[in-house]
Design a protein around this ligand. Structure first.
Ligand code: IVH
Length: 668
């Protein structure tokens, strides 16, 4: 290779890597596989080593990517925040251990840790108090996300240790939680890591607080530093940090035995599917800190650690056809039916393609050979097209509903069938939703059974569930007497479900269990009150004043309760004995000292972070919480930096309560 050729290749590599880094760290939507990225990166490092005069100040090898976000203040790191060197085979790990021991002049022991696939965070403690939480950023400067990090329960806000020190760890979301949250997202996240990252960067820490983020810490920076990594981990555990209990020390003897190392890695690969969180590799670290100092760093990674990276399992399959699903809300979702393929232990036949943008980005047609994966090890996804079916055009969404023929409409990124009442697929979707486990939870009436009853014309609408002619079912294969009786029993039992379950089960847009809870807590605890609000002038204002309900939600709810179809549905179900009023609950939280009062909470608080916690106290003690200051307000709880709400409340003569006073009231 000539010098000029090297210069040209390096320029191309820099450009490509910079783009991939941006996609990975900033957009959270990488287009290149990790392995491909690593291959390019390694090539860059190799060429730069050979032609040191061609290293430019902007080379990606000189830094570790950036996830800087303009909306958070920047904070400089006082510790080196580096990345890890990588290996893809056990033999590579053994070779590295041997090389490292040779450099140290004696056999070394190593710590083996899981490489948690989350978001790297550095926690700075000053005299025992969490002073700052900073993202990795470019390794030198990161984003200060302290307010959000403080909502993570596994991050201690105060520890029994004086002086200043830093702790590095990984913030993550459990796989199960991710799967559950993601089904409720308008545009789903690709994996738990991206959702955890998005959550850590929410502009309101109260939003972060709603998501159960976890953390494992894996490096501590103390002064004096101590002797071993395992010692530091023990100290961190003592201080109350969450340290992965699966970390394991490998003795010098075992480290010298490649078969042992291969077996250890194999064991961890086997354990991986059973973990409640995602890992993308195994990290091996020199345990003795003095040796770490001697080994030092390259610009990109320390020489005292290496990550064995898993290949995320992929399978190749052909798209047989792309079909349309019409959801219960009318949302149109394209689904690829693919030739059955096994990926990471599950057989995949259907892959959701979300919307037209998604299909355009893949340039997908029917008949294409594709690489498929399970994002976050759960959700099947098409990664890329491997071989085009040249005979088929790029797939396009239809313009009319395949179920009812109505002209489709675009709302945001998605296409919808607007024929709410007349579209058979939407009705069927609502039936399945109503009976499902997370809703009315009608035993023995799962999706397949509903589908069957619907196909045979026994149920067309939700109320039909309570009028099934059971005697006619017995002729069908698979419907023995016992099965029919179990279905009947499940349906009968469901008549006793409380209002808080019944209302969200109807599938009325925006009226889910959270909104139902907010409504009930604020006295809008019967369906009739909702119909009344919808018919009244000030209905929208009354709903918007409730904490947790915004303008758009309020409008949509009222529009739904103005529809004669909603009235008819409720009447038909009420006639079947279903509950449309909440039972008066025994007060949950001790003395109802705020009963009859309406509170608004503003500013920030010492004891309530996020301030939702103060609102919870008000509600627990019988008070109502609203989000705006108006004439109906009786109390304003004002914390530090309370602004316009405080001024307005004062002018209205509302009682202003300080945090101190509030605590006194609660103590009685
Ligand atoms: S040690 C200087 N240990 O992997 C060494 N990193 O590519 C610092 N990670 O940015 C890293 N689990 O976000 C280390 N047990 C672990 C880890 C871990 C996850 C992440 C970390 C880092 C990336 C390295």
């Amino acid at each position: 290779m000539t010098h000029d050729e090297a210069r040209e290749e390096l320029a191309g590599l820099r450009e490509l890597l910079a783009r991939y880094q941006h996609e990975y760290y900033v957009d959270g939507r990488p287009s290149a596989a990790d392995r491909e990225y690593d291959r390019l990166f390694d090539r860059l490092v190799l060429l730069e080593k050979e032609y040191p005069d061609l290293v430019t100040p902007d080379s990606p090898s000189l830094r570790v990517g950036s996830d800087l976000d303009a909306s958070f203040p920047e904070a400089a790191h006082t510790i080196p925040v580096l990345s890890l060197d990588k290996a893809y085979a056990a033999a590579q790990v053994s070779a590295w251990m041997e090389k490292t021991s040779a450099a140290a002049g004696r056999p070394l022991s190593f710590m083996m840790e899981e490489k948690i696939d989350g978001i790297s965070l550095v926690l700075y403690y000053e005299n025992g108090v969490l002073a700052r939480a900073v993202t990795r950023g470019n390794g030198f400067v990161g984003n200060d996300v302290s307010a959000n990090a403080r909502t993570i329960r596994e991050i201690p806000l105060r520890v029994p240790r004086s002086g200043n020190f830093a702790v590095r760890g990984e913030v993550y979301l459990e796989t199960g939680t991710f799967a559950e949250l993601n089904t409720r997202m308008e545009i789903p996240y690709a994996n738990p890591r991206n959702l955890a990252g998005g959550t850590l960067r929410r502009s309101k820490s109260s939003e972060t607080a709603k998501i159960p983020l976890h953390v494992f810490v894996y490096e501590g920076f103390f002064d004096p530093p101590g002797e071993t990594h395992s010692g530091i981990m023990a100290e961190l555990r003592r201080l109350g940090f969450s340290v992965n209990p699966r970390n394991a020390l490998i003795s010098a003897e075992d480290a010298g035995d490649p078969e042992k190392i291969a077996a250890l890695i194999e064991g961890r690969v086997k354990d991986r599917p059973g973990l409640s969180y995602q890992i993308d590799g195994i990290v091996f670290k020199v345990n003795e800190l003095a040796v770490r100092d001697d080994l030092g760093f390259t610009g990109h990674h320390p020489r005292w650690a290496i990550a064995y990276k898993f290949d995320s399992p992929e399978g190749h399959t052909r798209v047989i056809k792309i079909e349309i699903q019409v959801g219960r809300t009318g949302r149109i979702t394209p689904v690829a039916r693919v030739e059955p393929v096994e990926i990471g232990g599950a057989t995949i036949e259907n892959i959701t393609l979300h919307n037209q943008d998604y299909i355009n980005a893949l340039e997908l047609s029917e008949g294409d050979l594709v690489a498929a994966s399970r994002r976050g090890d759960v959700i099947p996804a098409v990664e890329r097209v491997i071989e085009k079916n040249e005979n088929a055009p790029l797939w396009r969404m239809p313009d009319v509903c395949p179920s009812c023929g109505a002209a489709l409409v675009d709302r945001g990124a998605h296409r919808f069938c607007p024929n709410t009442e007349g579209c058979a697929e939407q009705r069927k979707g609502r039936l399945i939703f109503f009976a499902a486990k997370d809703q009315m939870n009608i035993e023995n009436l799962g999706g397949e059974t509903v589908e069957f009853l619907w196909k045979e014309g026994f149920v067309k609408d939700i109320p039909d569930i309570y009028k099934i002619p059971y005697e006619k079912l017995s002729g069908y294969p698979g419907f023995g007497e016992r099965k029919i009786e179990r279905i009947r029993q499940g349906i009968e039992n469901s008549r006793d479900q409380p209002y808080e379950i019944v209302l969200p089960s109807l599938g009325i847009p925006e009226v889910g269990s959270k909104v139902t809870e907010i409504l009930c807590e604020n006295g809008i605890d019967t369906v009739e009150k909702l119909f009344e609000l919808a018919a009244s002038e000030g209905g929208a204002a009354a709903l918007v004043s409730l904490y947790g309900i915004g303008e758009k939600t309020a409008q949509r709810i009222l529009a739904e309760f103005s529809r004669p179809e909603t009235r008819a549905l409720v009447d038909a179900l009420a006639a079947e004995g279903l509950s449309f009023a909440a039972k008066a609950k025994a007060p949950a939280g001790g003395p109802q000292i705020f009963a009859g009062q309406t509170w608004c909470v503003t500013g920030s608080f010492e004891n309530y972070k996020p301030r939702d916690l103060a609102m919870d106290e008000v509600k627990k003690h019988g008070g109502k919480v609203v989000s705006a200051v108006s004439g109906s307000l009786t109390h304003l709880l004002a914390g530090e930096k309370a602004g316009s709400k405080l001024a307005k409340a004062k002018s209205l003569g509302v009682k202003i309560v300080s945090e101190e006073e509030f605590l006194r009231m609660l103590r009685g």
